[in-house]
Design a protein around this ligand. Structure first.
Ligand SMILES: [Zn+2]
Length: 446
């Protein structure tokens, strides 16, 4: 009897190269070649991006196949071998891990996966959840990877909001050399697929964002809202080097999945992701380098919100806040300073703006010129005709606020993988997309 079999993989990459998406792709294609039938696209699951000891992006992978009971051992062996062969370890802790689960994903594992988006979890708890869920975990060097490998299986991407990414991988000989893709063709692709793909270019700087820069095997990745669209967009890009393989992933990228948890200042812990709602407590401070700090007060306490200069339009918005403005601030918790937690701002929703009132000198009753102060408590004098008025005082003028009641996010170049582009949620398409219709053969692209 056929049963669904899930394989979670985490942490096969390092600063020396590799990519966990590559490991999953090799395994997926190996199992297809052996005649197994996938039950879905491979999942690329981004977890809490505020965990500092994870490799860039904190991504874990899951693949799902229909297998006969007596084939499970073969599939497990293939998975462990693939992980071993594709892991690029470094001294700075690469902790590849694989998780196996047969049949339906239990609720406990789903809940665990949701927590892995927002919290800092322990390996000890991962092992307890695995036991409860009937999953098997294999840590192959260190143990940190077991958290991600389990969380990937529990992510339920087929039933929550998700997007897709097509990734093309380089041949071994080219690893480490500059990536050769035609940037003009990326711009043309972006113009054609702008509303169905995201993060291709940074509009503020004009930078092409589809290619990474490191030693990893990814040549380029295009993100979008359906498999057809990412494939269509990919076909528009001119590649000037051979590719080894190509794969479409279902992913939680671009969904803000890590920013769904409302928190109170008093409950915050380091490296959590979360959302706080409150009032701006004092004038924002602009630091050297253009970074902005503003203090937020909710019903439980105070939080410093830090907005870094590279977040461009988001930092510009933050400096326009005024005490009393009501906002929803989303991001990751860093350290504590002077007893207050610091939230690294990733998204700012302006809920209510106070009136901006400025004290200005009135105009002269004699000639209409601008008056100036003669000193504290000594009234005003006209700059033009010199008329003095000891009883005159400054008047209050309402200034225009430049902020809007809207959501501010960083430009694409400064976004997290999980950041929702322009904060526009898309509905999950109801059309049934079969992974079989997207078996991409590398011959078709080289
Ligand atoms: Zn005057």
């Amino acid at each position: 009897m056929l049963t669904e079999f899930h394989i979670g993989i985490d942490d096969t990459d390092s600063d020396k190269g590799g990519c966990t998406t590559y490991t999953a792709t090799v395994l997926f294609q190996e199992l297809i070649e052996r005649g197994f039938k996938p039950s879905d696209f491979p999942w690329l699951v981004r977890l809490n991006p505020n965990i500092p000891w994870k490799t860039r992006g904190n991504g874990a992978l899951a693949v799902h196949f229909f297998v006969e009971e007596d084939q499970i051992e073969d599939v497990q062996r293939a998975a462990l071998e693939t992980v071993e062969e594709t892991t690029v370890a470094s001294t700075r802790g690469t902790d590849p891990a694989v998780a196996f689960l047969k049949g339906q994903v239990p609720r406990a594992l789903r809940k665990y996966s949701t927590r892995a988006l927002h919290d800092v979890l322990t390996v000890r708890e991962a092992r307890a959840v695995a036991t409860k869920a009937g999953a098997e975990v294999h840590a192959m060097m260190g143990v940190q990877g077991v958290i991600g490998s389990l969380a990937a299986i529990g992510a339920g991407l087929d039933s929550v909001e998700h997007t897709f990414e097509i990734i093309a991988y380089r041949i071994r000989e080219n690893l480490g050399s500059p990536r050769r893709i035609d940037h003009e063709s990326v711009k043309l692709m972006n113009a054609k697929y702008e509303d169905r793909t995201f993060n291709n270019l940074d509009p503020e700087s004009g930078r092409v964002l589809v290619s990474p820069h490191g030693l990893d095997p990814v040549l380029l990745g295009i993100r979008g809202y359906s498999p057809q669209h990412v494939l269509g967009a990919f076909n528009e890009v001119q590649l000037n080097e051979e590719i080894e393989r190509v794969m479409i992933f279902r992913t939680n990228q671009g969904t803000d999945a890590h920013l769904g948890k409302a928190r109170r200042a008093v409950d915050l812990e380091p490296h959590q992701s979360g959302v706080l709602t409150g009032r701006v407590d004092e004038m924002p401070r602009v630091l050297r380098g253009g970074h902005v700090i503003f203090r937020l007060r909710d019903d439980s306490g105070l939080v410093d919100c830090a907005v870094y200069q590279p977040t461009g339009s988001l930092a510009m918005a933050a400096r326009d806040l005024l005490p009393g403005d009501r906002v929803r601030a989303s991001g990751g918790i860093r350290g504590w300073r002077e007893g207050r937690p610091t939230l690294n701002l990733e998204k700012l929703e302006v809920l209510h703006l106070v009136e901006k009132i400025q004290h200005v000198n009135p105009t002269c009753s004699n000639c209409g010129g601008r008056c100036e102060s003669m000193g504290r408590g000594q009234g005003l004098r006209c700059k033009k005709c010199g008329q003095q008025n000891e009883n005159a005082a400054k008047i209050l003028v309402r200034q225009q606020r430049h902020l809007q009641l809207t959501i501010y996010v960083p430009p694409p170049r400064a976004r997290r993988h999980l950041t929702m582009p322009d904060s526009k949620p898309r509905n999950i398409s109801n059309e049934y997309l079969r992974v079989e219709d997207f078996q991409l053969r590398v011959e078709d692209f080289n």
